[in-house]
Design a protein around this ligand. Structure first.
Ligand SMILES: Cc1ncc(C[n+]2csc(CCOP(=O)(O)OP(=O)(O)O)c2C)c(N)n1
Ligand SMILES: [Mg+2]
Length: 817
């Protein structure tokens, strides 16, 4: 693109305004740089653990901030402190609070100390968990550390604008959009563009034609590895040229600009924003010739891997130094022939620099005091308690020494307090006196107060949390119609689309044919190509679409065609979606529903059921495993009223099985975290879920014939798990437990056992060894025999149950083999 050399805005503003803006920008850049410099020192002197800063990337971020409007969203990475400062969402004091890991969200609004510094985000939610009016504020989705992990979500943030502009029914959702004018602003390091999700997102945004502006901050390196090992031709915009739109075909607008060139940057960002906002065209801005004055992070020095020449070049091209030179040299002749400049002389800049230093230094000290003073006060209280304990205890000298050591720590951490108190409790275990009880009480209260600072908000705590969900049973006609189960889902989706205008669904083959199992047949025709959409084969970005749209108030359902292919998306689910509410201390939410189908069908990649991996990687989500489509539909209905993300695994072999058509489609609800006793019995509690549950049911008759009466419990919801502890109530009665699961040995079954044995204390009631029947440890072989020999089959289940009974009464149940 041809660009004019000076910002258009210059003509519109009086020179004084222009000058003030330039100097204010310079000030922001210098303040940000000073934060980086002092931040590094704080780490090197031990006050903070790790630092990764935005030095060398300041000037382009000023340009991005100027083009950024209220309602827009950023999805970026750890270099963006200058941008955050420029939009007024990060103060130097907050910057240092984050560096110190201050767990007070008021001090570190980015993550309440949960994330390393440099991971930014804004608050989308009110105290009660409801959305704020996002169009009235600058927004940043919360950063994550995995390189390029911000890419999939930035696609969804952009796509939301497209939805709000083009879907008539949701135009009234003015909290989230003003006619889809909002841009999703992505930032990424040059080296991180090597990641698969970068290219996947890039292509998808071109296909979808969404208002996304991706800035690549190119400093030629990814830690120590230079561009020649990262990028073909060492140039990301060069190799992406094929994406450039032309008169015939949609595509991208691509800009390149040097990161030290203030004027060009302003121009490029203004132009890019105009195109993206008005035309909904994705844009790449390749910002080149950036530097890293202090190296990658506090973990090492860049002198180890950059040549002398490169280091000299970096000093010469430091964007702030270049900006400074430009300010000094700038002259303009006005209409009257007067020479206009930004400053009288260099002293004007030196004054700004000095003030910035002072401001940052003060901010640092204030942040440190705000972080440390509460701990010091807590220490004082504890020291008095310890002294009281010492006075009464036989271990007086030990305790006093411990107390004195505690008081001598210059910068105490909470662990210093709690750990010492716990050690004292051990020392006085044989003694009894009031001061000891007070100390015990202190430990309990302190834990109770402090633990939530590190562990709260994994799930929603609003009134819409899934744990509050209640059951609404399906109702039936006297003689209910038996239908292919997929039709129950289809009718239920129809109801959901009709009654919730912000529900959208998308995935591979989801739109035109109504999903591979026809659970959505006819829905696209009825609700349009945007709400019921086909997606490319790109699971990670299907997830990202969902996360981004959910962050902006839509209720997306992201469909992953088969459970086996969830692995392509699981990184984003695990790193981004599942951690979102936790890492923002409840300041952002993405109530995305991930729909998939799986468990057993045929062969290695259509029979997988890696539920153990899933429940462990996705803490923070609800993992729901309905045994049939009525239960599945009920889960969708429940989730529509909740504000948490969830995965629903439908049974791949269940769509054509017959189920009774309920009369209250869209209204019945499967409760989350509640098990269901499918069959009552006296001899053994058999716990299972999903497709396997049906196989368990099929063994009932054979078991009855040999006189064994099993109780069958459907777990239904792996996360959360049996909130009412109903399983142990069954074991109280049967005194025996068997877990049947089609994951590998020690997979989901180990998780289920831990829940039941440890959390529900079932071992108290067991008369037999608790056992598991699982799949083999390899993937499932193809064909009917492959299934029989790989997955738990009804003979395996029968024999396993029989063996338990035989062990307890060998005369009644003679050994089979
Ligand atoms: C998936 C993943 N792999 C490796 C890392 C470790 N890591 C952190 S930053 C980084 C280099 C990123 O370089 P670039 O994208 O150019 O950004 P820059 O730091 O240069 O701005 C690496 C390898 C990571 N965070 N995530
Ligand atoms: Mg780099």
């Amino acid at each position: 693109m041809q660009l004019s050399p000076l910002p258009e805005s210059k003509d519109k503003l009086s020179f004084n305004d222009f000058k003030n803006e330039v100097l204010a920008d310079y000030r922001t850049a210098v303040v940000s740089r000073e934060c980086s410099l002092l931040g590094r020192r704080e780490v090197l002197t031990g006050k903070a653990k790790f630092g990764i800063f935005g030095d060398g990337k300041e000037v382009p971020q000023l340009a991005m901030a100027k083009a950024f409007k209220k309602g827009d969203f950023r999805s970026g990475y750890y270099r963006d402190q200058t941008f955050m400062m420029a939009i007024g969402k990060l103060t130097p004091q907050q910057f240092f609070a984050g560096l110190y890991a201050d767990p007070n969200i008021n001090n570190d609004p980015m993550s309440g100390g949960r994330q390393m510094g440099g991971h930014f985000g804004t608050h989308s939610l009110n105290e009660d968990g409801s959305f704020k009016n996002l169009t009235e504020q600058y927004n940043s989705s919360s950063d994550i550390s995995p390189t390029a992990g911000q890419m999939p979500r930035m696609l969804g943030l952009a796509q939301a604008s497209k939805m709000y502009r083009n879907i008539e029914e949701i135009k009234g959702h003015t909290k989230f959009s003003k006619n889809g004018n909002e841009i999703s602003w992505g930032t990424i390091g040059n080296a991180s563009t090597s990641e698969g999700v970068f290219f996947e997102t890039f292509n998808a945004a071109g296909v979808l034609q969404v208002p996304l502006i991706i800035s690549v901050w190119d400093d030629g390196y990814g830690i120590s590895v230079p561009a020649k090992y990262q990028t073909t031709k060492e140039n990301i915009s060069e190799i992406l040229k094929g994406f450039q739109r032309d008169n015939e075909k949609n595509g991208y607008e691509i800009f390149t600009v040097n990161g030290w060139d203030y004027v060009q940057l302003m121009e490029v960002y203004q132009q890019a924003a105009k195109i993206a906002r008005e035309e909904h065209v994705p844009i790449l801005i390749h910002v080149q010739e950036l530097t890293q004055p202090q190296g990658h992070s506090t973990s090492g020095s860049h002198e180890r891997y950059k040549s002398k020449d490169r280091l000299i070049w970096e000093r010469q091209h430091d964007c702030i130094a270049k900006f400074r030179d430009w300010i000094i040299q700038f002259e303009l002749t006005d209409g009257a022939g007067n020479t206009l400049s930004f400053i009288d002389n260099e002293n004007d800049l030196i004054r700004i620099e000095k003030e910035a230093k002072k401001e940052v230094s003060l901010a640092k000290r204030t942040a440190w005091a705000a972080f440390l003073n509460p701990i010091k006060e807590e220490r004082l209280k504890l020291s008095i308690l310890l002294e009281n304990v010492a006075k009464k205890s036989k271990q007086k000298s030990f305790i006093l020494k411990l107390r004195n050591d505690l008081l001598e720590i210059g910068d105490p951490a909470r662990l210093d307090l709690l750990s010492r108190a716990r050690k004292v409790i051990v020392q006085v275990r044989d003694e009894e006196f009031t001061a000891k009880s007070e100390l015990q009480q202190w430990v309990a209260t302190y834990k109770k107060e402090q633990q939530p600072r590190f562990s709260s908000h994994l799930y929603s705590d609003s009134h819409q949390q899934t744990k509050n969900s209640t059951e609404v049973l399906p109702t039936y006609d006297e003689k209910p119609e038996l239908v292919d189960a997929r039709l129950i889902l289809k009718d239920n989706f129809d109801y959901l689309f009709a009654n919730n205008d912000n529900v959208v669904i998308f995935g591979e083959d989801t739109g035109n044919i109504g999903d591979v199992n026809q659970g959505l047949v006819g829905m696209q025709e009825k609700y349009g190509e945007l709400r019921v959409a086909d997606a490319g084969i790109r699971e990670a970005t299907i997830l990202g679409q969902g996360i981004g749209m959910a962050l902006r108030g839509l209720r997306p359902i992201a469909e992953i065609q088969y459970l086996d292919y969830l692995l392509y998306a699981i990184q984003i689910m695990s790193d981004d979606l599942a951690t979102l509410h936790y890492r923002t201390v409840g300041k952002q939410k993405a109530p995305l529903i991930v729909r998939t189908r799986g468990h057993r069908l045929e062969g290695i990649w259509h029979s997988g059921s890696p539920m153990g991996a899933i429940v462990h990687l996705l803490r923070g989500m609800n993992i729901l495993v309905p045994r049939n489509m009525t239960k599945a539909a009920g889960f969708y209905n429940t989730l529509m009223e909740c504000d948490e993300p969830a995965l629903i695994v439908e049974n791949l072999n269940g769509y054509r099985l017959k189920e009774k058509m309920p009369t209250n489609i869209g209204e019945f609800k499967t409760p989350i975290g509640v098990v269901e006793t499918v069959k009552e019995g006296a001899d053994i509690t058999v716990v299972s879920y999903g497709s396997t549950l049906k196989i368990v049911e099929e063994t009932v008759q054979q078991l009855t014939e040999v006189g064994i009466d099993i109780e069958i419990i459907d777990i239904q919801s792996l996360l959360p798990f049996d909130l009412n502890h109903d399983i142990v109530k069954s074991i109280e009665k049967t005194n025996r437990l068997m877990v049947i699961d089609e994951d590998v040995p020690g997979g989901a079954s180990a998780y289920i056992l831990q829940e039941i044995l440890e959390n529900q204390n079932a071992y108290d009631y067991l008369d037999s060894k608790p056992t598991t029947v699982t799949a083999q440890e390899h993937r499932t072989a193809y064909g009917s025999d492959g299934d029989y020999f790989s997955k738990p089959n009804h003979d395996d289940i029968f024999e396993a149950i029989y063996a338990v009974m035989s062990e307890s009464d060998p005369d009644l149940y003679k050994k089979l083999y």
